[in-house]
Design a protein around this ligand. Structure first.
Ligand SMILES: [Zn+2]
Length: 488
């Protein structure tokens, strides 16, 4: 459905149209070589003042930027860098420019296609879903965003909002979480760097199940990030990295490492732990570098380096997924996943009942299989260290102890014994009063919202508000009932 389109444009920059005119005798022609005098009558000629329109110039871009206009296909840059790999573009110029780049390259450059892939990236829209524009005043100033969230935070936060080629509504609030993430990366790096006393460079080697777990997770994340890059899923990359770095490396692996780094720890194991921290952090910096180049380069500059290591992160080799795959270890992943669930269950129960972390609590865990029981029991010291647990029991066949809280995990149940720390009678009475009050409110809203008279007369936003209120009350009621059941 293409229609004819003007080839020229009146601008003072661009490729000037190679048309020559003689005002004396009326001769005119196009010429590759510059012409000064008329071939018909010898009078001076003039070249057309117009330049090629943008679409026409743009179609020449893939090869005109590579020395083709001077040396053709033999230009050194044509030999090394043409065709290119990826063209990144917005959707609206596919037909006008991108298709013409392909046509012009095939015509001028031995029937070659100028790029292997075209990635159509989303367009960032204003929060109201309309295109950002100066006249509407709905745009954002990137310099201000960098000021507020850091250049790395802005880059990471923008990519985190990408889902495929779909245009996105810009959400500034999301940059806050990426700024916090950037700070998390800095703080975790500082922790590692401050705990390197007595460090000796050497090959990383997973010694403990926690080491084997983080190495295994790292191997899988590198593979997932590689796959996402292959498919141009940039949002997916940030989500993988955010969750691995924050929820696994910072929240757990660093915690697991603290006891091994202590002054009174076994010196050999301390060095092993330091090497592993340096290794995993180094791989994380490489993975984050394309998106957060500034913070990662700064941290890399302070990291200890083995002989022959890249002087700067930007030239350091990318993590090698094939090489790392030897670290994949499902058993250690299962063991540590269970450790995290048990520790999380004890911590959330403490905060729910206001019990200090200084008070040791007896904990029993019901697991689905004997193999899980063995894996979890072998990590009892980690659980004791992170959750202050005493009398830790794990079994396939076990029942809920008296006066205990229960937390359901995936494939396991955690019972935290609260006897002596919670007044169960008072707690039951308090919860029962709360339940009765909530049940009354739920009934009131249900009655109101099933009344046809109210629904017909009330404004829709009032009805919506009441519905939300009812959902919230019903949710609270369910949770109070569950807590009551837990107390038995
Ligand atoms: Zn002439």
């Amino acid at each position: 459905n293409l229609k004819d389109w003007c080839i020229s444009r009146q601008l003072w920059w661009g490729h000037r149209i190679p048309m020559y005119y003689c005002d004396e005798c009326g001769w005119e022609d196009a010429s590759v070589d510059e012409i000064e005098v008329c071939p018909a009558c010898g009078a001076p000629v003039r070249q057309d003042d117009d330049v090629l329109d943008t679409w026409f110039s743009s179609q020449l871009w893939p090869f005109a930027t590579m020395g083709w206009t001077e040396e053709g296909m033999d230009a050194p840059q044509m030999r090394t860098a043409y065709p290119t790999q990826v063209l990144s573009t917005a959707r609206d110029i596919m037909g006008l420019w991108v298709a013409r780049m392909v046509m012009a390259s095939m015509y001028c450059c031995d029937n070659t296609i100028p790029f292997e892939d075209v990635i159509i990236h989303p367009t960032v829209m204003a929060a109201d879903g309309k295109p950002m524009s100066k006249s509407r005043g709905n745009g954002v100033d990137p310099l201000r965003l960098m000021e507020d969230y850091g250049a790395d935070g802005m880059r990471f936060g923008l990519l985190m909002q990408v889902t495929g080629a779909q245009d996105m509504k810009f959400n500034e609030a999301k940059l806050e979480s990426s700024r916090n993430f950037a700070n998390k990366v800095k703080n975790a790096s500082r922790f590692v760097l401050m705990n390197l006393e007595g460090y000796e460079p050497g090959a990383p080697e997973p010694v403990t199940p926690a080491d084997r777990w983080i190495f295994s997770r790292l191997a899988k994340v590198v593979a997932a990030v590689d796959a996402a890059y292959d498919n141009f899923e940039f949002g997916e990359i940030t989500r993988e990295l955010y969750s691995f770095v924050w929820n696994e490396f910072c929240d757990w692996y660093i915690e697991f490492s603290k006891a091994r780094l202590a002054v009174d720890a076994d010196p050999a194991d301390r060095v092993a732990c330091q090497r592993n921290l340096v290794f995993v952090l180094g791989q994380i910096l490489r993975l984050l570098h394309p998106i957060m180049p500034f913070i990662t380069e700064e941290v890399y500059g302070e990291m200890p380096k083995d002989e022959g290591a890249a002087p700067m992160l930007i030239v350091a080799p990318w993590p090698d997924a094939a090489e790392l795959s030897r670290f994949v270890d499902e058993e250690s992943e299962r063991a540590i996943a269970m450790v995290c669930e048990v520790v999380g269950a004890v911590r959330s129960t403490r905060s729910r009942y206001g019990i200090s972390p200084k008070v040791a609590l007896p904990v029993a865990v019901k697991v689905a299989a004997e193999a899980d029981a063995a894996l979890l029991l072998a990590q009892a010291h980690l659980i004791g260290q992170l959750a202050n647990v005493e009398e830790f029991e794990v079994a396939v066949e076990t029942s809920k102890p008296a006066e205990s809280a229960v937390v359901l995990g995936s494939g396991l149940e955690v019972y935290i014994v609260l006897a002596g720390h919670v007044d169960f009678d008072a707690e039951r009475a308090r919860l029962a009063r709360e339940r009765d009050g909530l049940a009354k409110d739920v009934a009131k809203f249900e009655k109101k919202l099933s009344n046809p008279g109210f629904l017909a007369k009330a404004a829709p936003e009032i009805v919506e508000k009441d519905k939300a209120k009812l959902a919230d009350l019903a949710d609270k009621l369910t949770r109070v009932e569950a807590q009551l059941a837990e107390l038995g």
